[in-house]
Design a protein around this ligand. Structure first.
Ligand code: JHZ
Length: 393
């Protein structure tokens, strides 16, 4: 299968590797390059990083760290119960249980390779397999629990390298009427917002509906519906059914998405070459903002030490010369340093009075953050963002 490189984002560390030491020895770096797959129209990293290096018992991200996400998962659980009335549900990438805990009255099983996270849901009495999703694991789960009416996976399938195996194992684990629901950042939105930070070690892929359709030609699954979401800067919730299940009709929305993507040029290499040029401009302009502010002796901090921001900081070479420290509400990140750029991370305790600017690492939570930081903004404090273009807001 032919793949063509269109963007080189340079050397990057493991995004989950929040460092305990300021200047660690032997920090691992890899080359972050993006490629376009000519046949399937998939966009992926050129070379994948070993899953064990990324997903381990020190996994820092907690899906329940934001109010927005806690509410979103609660509402989705309600919607799934109403729409599909499942008797059993499996979640691939169950993280800290923020979603699956809402299904305590039916058979609810989690799959979570990061042991520290799997321990959290096990303690919540949710049977959790602390393993990677593979054909072998799917067979083990099938033997122990049978097939599932709903399989759900948010921000995880894009992290798994072998897509054909992944989808086939899912298809095989669904009951006849079963549905698979996937949620991942939207390629179209990432291209429109020049949010190149959706690409990092964990995000092996950023999916378009076109590519999802193409790679499922041989898996026995068919897309029947799509919800457009605001979460993570613009995501798609994609509903799959078994091809043989004729009771569920394919919504017109699916073709609408495919046509929109076609119009935008998702199927053309040229689109990605234009994107690459815009990403390089974005870098120049963001660096210019930081340099100008720093020359005028402004104090800049980072807000939300996201995995995404690791791509921005390392690509633009923005380090502690520019950002004094990050604040983040995730307890496991506090007291650590950002991977690659070694900026200290402090636990969130409001924005201190001497701060002039805050770089929005968690730009996808801008509304939640602006609501919370009224005092900072009232006293003249400003945010810096790079999405959809570098500017001060
Ligand atoms: P957030 C993670 O990426 C990793 P990240 C992962 N690979 C993935 O796919 C995506 O999630 C979906 C903090 N915060 O969700 C909390 C504040 O400090 O954008 C989080 O550390 N104050 C699994 O890291 C971070 O920001 C706040 O008020 O890019 C948000 O991380 C809010 C709202 C958040 O995902």
């Amino acid at each position: 299968m032919k793949k063509i490189k269109f963007l080189n984002l340079g050397k990057h560390p493991i995004t989950n590797n929040f460092l305990s030491k300021k200047n660690p020895k032997n920090e691992f770096f890899y080359n972050l390059k993006l490629v376009y797959h000519q046949e399937t129209k998939l966009i992926s990293l050129d070379k994948f990083v070993s899953p064990k290096k990324m997903f381990n018992s020190k996994y820092a991200h907690r899906a329940s760290a934001s109010t927005t996400m806690r509410k979103a998962y609660k509402n989705l659980a309600k919607k799934i119960k109403k729409k599909f009335n499942p008797k059993s549900i499996l979640e691939i990438g169950s993280n800290d249980g923020v979603f699956i805990k809402h299904f305590s009255k039916i058979r609810n099983i989690g799959v979570e390779p990061c042991k520290n996270l799997a321990n959290i849901t096990t303690k919540m009495k949710i049977e959790t397999y602390d393993k990677f999703w593979t054909t072998q694991l799917s067979k083990e789960i099938l033997k122990n629990h049978g097939k599932f009416d709903v399989i759900y996976s948010a921000n995880t399938i894009s992290h798994i390298h072998n897509l054909e195996e992944t989808f086939k194992a899912i298809e095989n684990s669904l009951t006849l009427k079963g549905v698979f629901i996937l949620e991942d950042p939207s390629l179209l939105k990432s291209l429109q917002k020049i949010s190149y930070d959706q690409f990092y070690d964990e995000h092996a892929y950023v999916f378009s509906i076109t590519a999802l359709k193409n790679i499922n030609k041989k898996t026995g699954l068919e897309i029947f519906n799509i919800d457009e979401l605001k979460t993570h800067g613009g995501s798609n919730r994609v509903y799959f059914k078994k091809i043989d299940n004729k009771k569920i009709k394919v919504s017109k929305i699916v073709n609408l998405h495919l046509n929109n993507e076609k119009k935008f040029g998702i199927n053309k290499l040229k689109t990605y070459q234009i994107f690459a040029r815009k990403v390089k401009d974005s870098k120049k302009n963001l660096v210019r903002i930081f340099r100008t502010l720093k020359k005028k002796k402004n104090k800049i901090i980072g807000y939300g030490a996201t995995y995404k921001s690791s791509t921005v900081l390392n690509f633009c070479k923005i380090n502690k010369k520019y950002i004094s420290y990050f604040v983040d509400t995730t307890p496991t990140k506090a007291g650590k340093f950002t991977p690659g750029t070694h900026i200290p991370i402090k636990s969130y305790n409001g924005i201190s009075d001497d701060v002039d600017y805050a770089f929005l690492g968690a730009w996808n939570f801008k509304d939640e953050i602006f609501k919370k930081e009224k005092k900072f903004r009232k006293r003249g404090g400003k945010f810096i963002t790079h999405v959809p273009y570098p500017r001060i807001i």
